[in-house]
Design a protein around this ligand. Structure first.
Ligand code: SAM
Length: 286
């Protein structure tokens, strides 16, 4: 079964070349709509979109872009954004950040908010491993303490990724970095696949959303992970998305980015190392 986690196979597809104007049009649409900077990804776009153009029986990329830009075929639009985005992820990716969350972020939250539900956001959650890994961390943390309800929301622009995340069933190769104790306690094995246990799933929900949309978020979060997502954005949308995440993060709470990602605006957060940023308390903001 092909997963969103895998890049689509291109070896059997006939790869067509984008003309310069088709390439510029594709980049401009992706930048405008999703904030994606694909200017150095011409070959990747050609490989990933050729098969889809063939599937739709369209005579040129220009005709394909007409379909996508017009929005008249919502499924084609969903497939387009899913094909151009990268969904690579795995359980406990950048494990040092999970250690920080368990040893620093959760204890601080418990001290500050012992009674009120905690809201956690995974922005750009792909196929769900990040959200479920966090939920397993919550399970461990709750073994020795009484916690308020914890709600983990996974948000991603890709509908197929969200569907796969909701299914919460992973083949053995996708759980190979999961510690044995977690595999035993938080999964059940069915026909060689591993299903996330109901009690771990129950605090996680998923929504389709676009981080380039300034209204993508509604609530305030007590912890935000947005890892390996803004690296694909152009400067303008990257800064805007960071501003939006900042606006929706509670004071003194943490924003966790991917290791190749930084916040350029220095007044918003204090840097805590390991690509982890702490929102400045309100009093310190001008
Ligand atoms: C490389 S994955 C990262 C998954 C996970 N956060 C991790 O670090 O393992 C990037 C995800 O960001 C999503 N994404 C890209 N652009 C987005 C946007 N504008 N809004 C929301 N999600 C987006 C992609 O669909 C993809 O699933």
């Amino acid at each position: 079964m092909l997963s969103q986690y895998d890049n689509p196979p291109v070896e059997t597809a006939r790869v067509e070349h984008l003309t310069d104007s088709e390439f510029e049009r594709t980049c401009s649409y992706l930048a405008r709509t999703y904030g994606l900077n694909m200017e150095s990804k011409r070959v990747l776009l050609e490989c990933r979109l050729s098969r889809e153009r063939d599937r739709l029986g369209l005579p040129s990329f220009a005709a394909y872009l007409d379909v996508v830009e017009s929005g008249r075929d919502p499924q084609a639009c969903e497939r387009f954004v899913n094909l151009v985005t990268t969904h690579y992820t795995y359980f406990l990716r950048e494990s040092g950040q999970f250690d920080f969350i368990a040893k620093t972020a959760f204890p601080e939250l418990l001290a500050k908010r012992p009674d009120r539900p905690w809201n956690v956001l995974c922005a750009g959650c792909s196929t769900g491993e990040e959200c479920y890994g966090l939920s397993m961390l919550v399970e461990d943390f709750a073994r020795t303490r009484s916690l308020p309800p914890v709600r983990i929301t996974g948000l991603d622009v890709s509908k197929p990724s969200i569907e796969e995340a909701r299914a919460a069933v992973y083949p053995a190769a996708r759980v190979d970095k999961v510690p044995a104790r977690w595999l035993r306690s938080y999964f059940s094995e069915r026909d060689g696949s591993f299903a996330v246990a109901d009690h771990v799933r129950s605090r996680v929900s998923f929504a389709q959303g676009n981080l380039a949309d300034p209204n993508a978020l509604r609530r305030t979060y007590d912890l935000v992970l947005c890892r390996n997502v803004i690296i694909y954005f152009n400067d303008e949308v990257r800064d805007r998305a960071i501003g939006m995440l900042h606006d929706h993060l509670a004071p003194s709470c943490y924003l966790v980015l991917g290791h190749a990602e930084i916040v350029r605006e220095r007044t918003l957060f204090a840097y805590r190392g390991n690509s982890i940023y702490q929102k400045q308390p309100k009093a310190n903001l001008s």
